[in-house]
Design a protein around this ligand. Structure first.
Ligand code: GCO
Ligand code: MG
Length: 403
């Protein structure tokens, strides 16, 4: 193909309803432009700075067709590589380049990747509530909408229910999201029992430990979950404790999923090669975009590990659509986490994937198929005062732990 010269790159932070979302736009001399998701909601301005001050100058004048070459250039041009800020910045541009390629070819990204091997993308939703009645109502709501996979929680991560938990803090204990790991474990065992009793076995259920347990407790907990035949148990260990997955694998049959905090291939290579996990669920923009995700998905397929890309609500609809192209094209797709789209998000990101009866569908439009409206985004400026108090997790005695 004749060169498609990159003429400009812009990065936007917008907050249409839920979170600060970061979108990247790459413009070319052919009049075709692409969009990508670079959302790191906790550090959006750092990502914007890397895109506009560091990556844009090395990309202007280059050929947008050469995605692989440009990805490698972006990753090593700072010598020090990886990390969520750089990876998100690279991912925003990488997705935009795939969007451009698809638009020029007149093909959706899933066709560029080899074509689809399923028509719809099975989704799971999060059910949560302050008590069992609220969780039950939430699950019923999703079941009525047609969802068949539900992640079940009570009191968010760590089962943070002050009324139920005995939290005797020391004097002068600092602020924080306190929780009692033992009570959290027990409350989930009771919750899952209620879910199976109420909804039977026709529902696939999962749970996210969110790194909240000690290694010994996480093993006990995983074994307790066996009785409920989970679709998967997520983030039983911290990302830096990947070796411990081996002991979980040897001592429990619960399907294991991990990956949303991974930013480096050394974090996933060994656990996949040893088949210590069943689902790899990296956050596409946190590993650098579509280009590395394709490599990862094919690598995982060799070991019969399935994908469950991270789909929280702090992800833009462009990022959600990008991973859905992989979901359609990769043989080892497992499930897609989905957090819905709010009206304002649909407005700013026209062409969001459609959802019916628990499945997502892509329109087949060329490229990623979900756009970004720069002008409308201005209606929803970034929120500069987000309170990240929930990330200050503490044990009852005040010890800081991973959120
Ligand atoms: C998930 C995640 C998210 C993260 C969030 C952090 O499984 O969806 O754990 O809810 O906590 O993306 O910003
Ligand atoms: Mg998670």
């Amino acid at each position: 193909m004749k060169p498609t010269i990159i003429t400009d790159i812009k990065c936007f932070v917008t907050n249409p309803e839920r979170h600060n979302l970061v979108a990247v736009k790459v413009l070319t001399d052919k009049g075709v432009y692409g969009v990508g998701c670079a959302t790191f909601q906790q550090r959006p301005l750092a990502v914007k700075c890397v895109v506009e001050d560091y990556l844009k100058p090395i990309l202007i004048g280059r050929d947008a067709n050469d995605i692989e070459d440009l990805w490698n250039l972006m990753m090593v041009n700072s010598y020090w590589r990886n990390g969520p800020v750089l990876n998100n910045a690279v991912a925003g541009i990488d997705m935009a380049l795939w969007d451009i390629k698809g638009k020029l070819a007149g093909m959706p990204v899933y066709d560029l990747l080899g074509g689809k091997c399923r028509e719809g993308i099975a989704l799971y939703r999060h059910a949560d509530g302050k008590n069992w009645e609220e969780v039950r109502e939430c699950i019923y709501g999703y079941v009525e909408e047609g969802y068949r996979y539900i992640r079940c929680h009570m009191g968010l991560y760590g089962g943070n229910l002050d009324s139920r938990q005995v939290l005797v803090k020391p004097e002068n204990a600092p602020e924080g999201a306190y929780y009692n790991p033992r009570l959290y474990m027990q409350s989930v065992v009771e919750l899952m029992d209620k879910v199976r009793t109420e909804f039977g076995w026709n529902l696939e259920i999962m749970h996210d430990v969110h790194e909240r347990l000690s290694l010994a407790d996480t093993l006990t907990f995983a074994r307790e979950m066996e009785a409920f035949k989970l679709f998967f148990l997520e983030d039983c260990v911290r990302p830096d404790q990947g070796e411990y997955l081996r002991y979980l694998r040897e001592q429990t049959s619960v399907p294991l999923a991990i990956g949303e905090l991974f930013t480096n291939q050394t974090e996933w290579r060994t656990i996949i090669q040893n088949q210590w996990i069943d689902f790899i669920r990296v956050h596409l923009s946190d590993i650098g975009g579509i280009t590395p995700a394709v490599r990862l998905a094919h690598f995982a397929d060799v070991y019969q590990v399935r994908t469950a890309w991270h789909g929280p609500n702090d992800l833009s609809p462009i990022g959600m659509a990008a991973q859905m192209h992989l979901d359609l094209a990769m043989p080892n797709f497992g499930i897609q986490e989905f957090s819905g789209f709010e009206d304002a998000e649909r407005e700013v990101f026209p062409g969001c994937p459609e959802v019916r009866n628990g499945y997502a569908y892509l329109s087949g439009a060329p490229g990623i198929g979900t756009g970004f409206d720069e002008k409308l985004a201005k209606k929803y400026p970034a929120n500069e005062n987000v309170n990240f108090g929930w990330l200050s997790s503490r044990l009852p005695d005040g010890t800081p732990v991973r959120p």
